[in-house]
Design a protein around this ligand. Structure first.
Ligand code: DAH
Length: 346
């Protein structure tokens, strides 16, 4: 027995313990209730009284050696996990990835900033609208094709009668915010309304059922088409560069009279002609016009006293031009590889 105990002491002294699992195996093997040392103490009961003192001493030494070994490695392992593991406060943290603004938000903020500088405030309206604000007050005739289900997402069509103000829909343009502003404020009004709009379009690289617009509205006494033109020229130069030219073409919108569409000289070729402007030298950027008196009246503004202009533009197109993105769908997929490319302070 003596020599067995002595060789166990030698064995324990030369043991290497490398991790917590090995440590636990060691504890169970030597110090556990059914472990080697406990067995030896069992055996010790039958040792003859003359050998008891000798063997007892060496057995206690074995127990002490095993316990010291256990405590020693327990301390060492917890120390090494603290200095190289989760608790090392001096370790550099994981790379901290900064987010970036969505390209649509960057362009929207740029547009807002330009108009804020000439006294326009920002107003917003709901994306879920009623027929009144989206169509009727904007002078859309009851049979106007834009009211068709093929263009408009209706949420509930209370009656099939056209122009029923009970119809609830996803706004098809931000012009609906004009109506809300005019109902709630007295002239002078000078506001822009950025927002998301919805149309029942097949999704492709060039069209989407969701997109963004910025609406502009200016109502006061003696507002003229010259004010509209000067405001848009200022905007175009700020947005597209100081050498940008504009041209206004006659157009039609139910809520403006006269109506126009504004083109800017192509931002890619400067007007010489390229495949982006289809060799015309011009890019169409917005619709505009003098607010129709019927719209002013529908919004309780005296059309004999006040005049105004309005304009509306999409945000996706200037964003596509600025960032040379050729597929609209990328704006809506939230792919981090796409979004991560637009870092800016705006
Ligand atoms: N609402 C028009 C659209 O969605 C854009 C527009 C054109 C807005 C002319 C206006 C405007 O305020 O005067 O196509």
């Amino acid at each position: 027995m003596l020599s067995r105990i002595n060789s166990l002491i030698t064995e324990i002294n030369s043991l290497q313990i490398n991790d917590p699992v090995e440590l636990e195996t060691f504890r169970i093997k030597y110090l556990g209730k059914k472990g080697i040392i406990s067995d030896l103490f069992e055996e010790f009961r039958d040792v003859s009284p003359s050998d008891k003192k000798n063997i007892g001493q060496i057995l206690n030494k074995l127990k002490q050696t095993a316990t010291d070994k256990y405590n020693d490695f327990k301390n060492r392992l917890s120390f090494s996990s603290a200095s190289s593991g989760q608790n090392d406060l001096t370790r550099p943290c994981y790379p901290w990835e900064l987010g970036s603004r969505h390209p649509i938000s960057i362009i929207r903020n740029e547009i807002i900033r330009i108009f804020e500088r000439i006294g326009f405030t920002v107003s917003e309206g709901p994306e879920i609208e009623d027929d009144d604000h989206n169509f009727t007050c904007l002078n859309f005739a009851p049979e106007h094709p834009a009211r068709d289900m093929q263009d408009t997402f209706y949420i509930s069509r209370i009656s099939s009668e056209d122009s029923n103000p009970g119809d609830i829909l996803l706004r098809t343009h931000t012009s609906s915010v004009q109506v809300r502003v005019m109902h709630n404020q007295k002239p002078p009004i000078r506001t822009i309304s950025p927002g998301r709009v919805f149309r029942n379009e097949a999704i492709s690289a060039r069209a989407h059922c969701i997109f963004h617009q910025v609406e502009g509205l200016y109502i006061d006494e003696n507002v003229s088409f010259a004010d509209l033109k000067q405001t848009l020229l200022f905007f175009a130069r700020e947005m597209y560069g100081k050498n940008t030219k504009i041209r206004l073409r006659p157009s039609y919108f139910p809520f403006t009279e006269p109506s126009g569409e504004m083109d800017v000289s192509c931002t890619i070729c400067g007007g010489k002609g390229c495949n982006v402007c289809k060799y015309t030298g011009w890019l169409e950027v917005l619709g505009c016009g003098m607010v129709h008196p019927a719209v002013l009246d529908a919004c309780n503004i005296d059309s004999a006293k006040y005049t105004g202009f309005a304009f509306g533009m999409g945000i996706e197109r200037p964003a596509m031009l600025k960032y040379q993105v050729n597929d609209l769908r990328l704006y809506f997929e939230n792919d981090i590889r796409f979004l991560g490319q637009f870092s800016t302070s705006f």
